[in-house]
Design a protein around this ligand. Structure first.
Ligand code: ADP
Ligand code: ZN
Ligand code: ZN
Length: 716
């Protein structure tokens, strides 16, 4: 009887498909790739089951070609794919497409063998090769050199058959050329708190558990990861370390390389081929320590023993389109499935994680101090009500900077907006310059050229000579952004170098690295930048961090904005005072009595978390409820809103709360109208039942694009 196989197809389809396996293609392995006809073309698909029966009633098409003799999507990754599809209400085909590297989807042959060398089994043996001249040659070579890597022998023209025959005769054997892992202590002796965390996690390495490393900035979380990782590598198992962004990777990768001698790096900026190679080498067990960004969570491992998620609060772990998954949450699901531990680390834990600690689902280890003499900086509020600002800064802030610079300290200025000014406004009628395609104000840029830019669709405009409404020529720029701050500081401190860090100034990681490297020298300088400043660099000479306008995030309608703002301020503040000299953090604000600012100033991030959790609880927002956002966009705003209305009708009789539809915070983007609706439920299962009904809706409108975002990180 002909065999039937069930496959997953990397196309936006909701289910698997059945195909017939012709007798000519007899052997097939679950998890292997096949080429199958799909619609008018052939596609590469993954076999998930071999069966003899099918529910499919029509004619079954036949498999065209078998591409692998071995499993490339292991059973645990197939389980993860199914979880992702059902949790994020995403077509299983899209999930598979997201999980696999491009070259795998294109059918490139996988190399599955780790590099190895050939050695002679017993030297003293007297061997007669008679007419096997090729074998004699190999033997002589091996006697002479002791061991020779397989690739080298092949370069000399030795064919695999010869080697296999000799291996079968018991003359030679393969010895894997795994990169060896060493361990360098580098003279670091863990502090008592680090020791407690290391011992606690070490005692629980043989089963699932979520261990949270709640350590202030600079407290040495990495050292804890390193000691635990060593243990797992010593057991011969593999480790995955996730980091949020590429900007972090060069430094972190070098650090791991320095301590272990070896680390494989996986991130989206590498070429397809590079990613494919690392992927293969992890799959066959050759690489055992892997450092990667979000999608590295889909790497196949031979024997994974631990997952570390550094900066677990970071929103870049959440993918914003297609499969809207959280790599942190997927890491926990994968670890649970494999029954291995996971470590989440951060100085500014997400409120979800804090709540899971409170509910005793996760275990917390605290690192409350920096090792050695380094102290945490103090937060202070600078009331700017009624004060004249120059380039967004009040006079006393400039004087505080002068004081630090005079004492040879370095200064960081956080202003989370790139460009020169937030907007251009008519002084006579008040009309702001808006983007023609989006409902947003244009940002004024002075460098590299003077123009207005839309930060959402990237459209650029010449500066208008006059107001289009009242023809006034009195157009003024308001709200300082990075370029303006730099200009003002250049005037105030003509002999101090002022550097800028934002997406416009630094479009390559190399430049970012260079700027941070230059600041390792103990010379006076000022660094002005956006949130890019927050990323884990050590700047031992910084003694002052000034925060401009960051507190506007506390007034945003997005319920997560306060959390993100507090995290940003605390992370940037954490750059200060990393060496002997104590650091200061000054936050300029128009609202010094704001609860969030007061709690931050008085008791740091922990203080903020306490007050914010109370307000989330009373508003029944996550983590005290579960949320999903429905987003829709189209050419006409009424149609879009009416479409969402229809979607919500699908769940009108469920007890899930429905909010909306309402226009999105930016109602028009790229000339498309955007609306959203939220579903909120205290019961996760019930929410997912509602979402399943919506996902399978028959309601359709041509030209309206819509999506479901489970656990949305960004409400815009
Ligand atoms: P975090 O990731 O918690 O912000 P890091 O892991 O970057 O902090 O550590 C901050 C600095 O402290 C690093 O330079 C690290 O080498 C150093 N460090 C960590 N642990 C110790 C220790 N026990 N003794 C001395 N220095 C340490
Ligand atoms: Zn006007
Ligand atoms: Zn625009």
């Amino acid at each position: 009887m002909a065999q039937i196989i069930k496959v997953l197809i990397p196309r936006p389809v909701w289910q698997g498909y059945d195909y017939m396996l012709p007798d000519s293609l007899s052997s097939i392995v679950v998890g292997a790739r096949v080429r199958v006809p799909f619609g008018p073309t052939n596609v590469v698909a993954i076999v998930v089951e071999v069966a003899t029966r099918t529910e499919h009633t029509g004619h079954l098409r036949a498999v065209d070609k078998v591409l692998d003799q071995r499993c490339i999507l292991s059973a645990d990754l197939v389980r993860l794919a199914n979880w992702l599809a059902s949790y994020y209400h995403c077509p299983i085909g899209t999930v598979v497409e997201t999980m696999l590297p491009t070259d795998v989807l294109r059918g490139r042959p996988m190399f599955v063998e780790p590099d190895f060398e050939w050695q002679i089994v017993a030297q003293e043996q007297a061997v007669e090769f008679k007419r096997a001249k090729r074998q004699q040659e190999v033997w002589t070579l091996l006697i002479k050199h002791g061991a020779i890597p397989d690739v080298e022998l092949r370069k000399l023209g030795v064919v695999r058959n010869v080697l296999n025959t000799m291996e079968n005769k018991g003359l030679i054997r393969r010895v894997p050329l795994f990169p060896a892992y060493k361990f360098e202590a580098r003279g670091i002796k863990p502090t008592q708190e680090q020791e407690l965390a290391i011992d606690g996690i070490r005692a629980a390495l043989d089963s699932f558990g979520v261990h949270v490393l709640d350590g202030v900035t600079g407290s040495g979380k990495t050292e804890v990861y390193i000691r635990v990782i060593k243990e797992i590598l010593d057991q011969g198992k593999q480790v995955l370390v996730l980091v949020p962004e590429i900007a972090l990777t060069p430094q972190t990768a070098n650090h791991f390389r320095d301590r272990f001698g070896n680390v494989a790096v996986l991130h989206s900026m590498r070429t397809n081929l590079q990613r494919f190679e690392v992927w293969c080498k992890v799959a066959c067990g050759e690489h055992r320590l892997v450092l990667g960004t979000r999608s590295a969570i889909f790497t196949p491992f031979k024997d994974l023993g631990l997952i570390v998620v550094d900066e677990e609060h970071d929103t870049s772990y959440k993918q914003a389109d297609s499969l809207r998954y959280s790599a942190r949450d997927a890491a926990i699901v994968r670890a649970h499935d494999l029954n291995i531990p996971v470590i989440l680390g951060s100085a500014t834990l997400s409120l979800e994680t804090v709540e899971n600690i409170n509910r005793k689902k996760y275990r917390r280890y605290q690192l409350s101090a920096r090792p050695g003499v380094a102290k945490l900086p103090k937060f202070q509020l600078l009331d700017i009500r009624g004060q004249i600002l120059q380039g967004g800064m009040c006079h006393s802030l400039i004087e505080i900077m002068r004081d630090h610079l005079d004492r040879k300290g370095q200064v960081l200025v956080l202003i989370n907006r790139r460009g020169f000014a937030l907007s251009l406004i008519c002084r006579d009628c008040g009309r702001p310059a808006n983007c023609q395609d989006c409902d947003v104000r244009l940002t004024l840029h002075e460098y590299p050229r003077r123009e207005l830019r839309c930060h959402y669709c990237d459209r650029r405009y010449e500066l208008p000579a006059a107001c289009p409404d009242c023809s006034s020529t009195r157009l003024v720029s308001v709200g300082a952004a990075t370029q303006r701050v730099v200009e003002t500081l250049n005037e105030a401190f003509p002999d101090v170098p002022v550097r800028r860090i934002d997406r416009d100034a630094l479009n390559t990681n190399r430049k970012l690295e260079q700027t941070f490297e230059a600041m390792q020298q103990p010379s006076r300088c000022i660094l002005v930048g956006t949130q890019m400043l927050a990323k884990g660099h050590h700047l031992p000479n910084v003694t002052l961090v000034a925060v401009l306008r960051a507190d506007v995030g506390f007034f945003s309608p997005d319920f997560r904005a306060a959390e993100r703002t507090a995290q940003l301020i605390v992370q940037v503040a954490g750059r200060a005072g990393r060496a002997e000299r104590e650091g200061e953090v000054w936050i300029q604000t128009l609202d010094p009595e704001h609860t969030h600012l007061e709690s931050l100033a008085q008791s740091g991030y922990a203080g903020f978390v306490k007050t914010e959790l109370i307000s989330r609880k009373s508003a029944r927002l996550p983590p005290y409820s579960h949320m999903a956002l429905l987003r829709a966009e189209g050419a006409n705003s009424e149609e879009v809103s009416e479409f969402l209305e229809q979607l919500l009708k699908e769940v009108q009789f469920t007890s899930t709360d429905k909010l909306g539809p309402i226009p999105a915070p930016i109602p028009r983007l790229n000339n498309r109208w955007r609306c959203q609706a939220a579903l909120v439920d205290s019961n996760r299962k019930r929410l997912h039942e509602s979402l399943a009904m919506i996902a399978r809706t028959s309601v359709q409108r041509s030209k309206i694009r819509w999506s479901i975002d489970v656990d949305p990180m960004d409400m815009s």
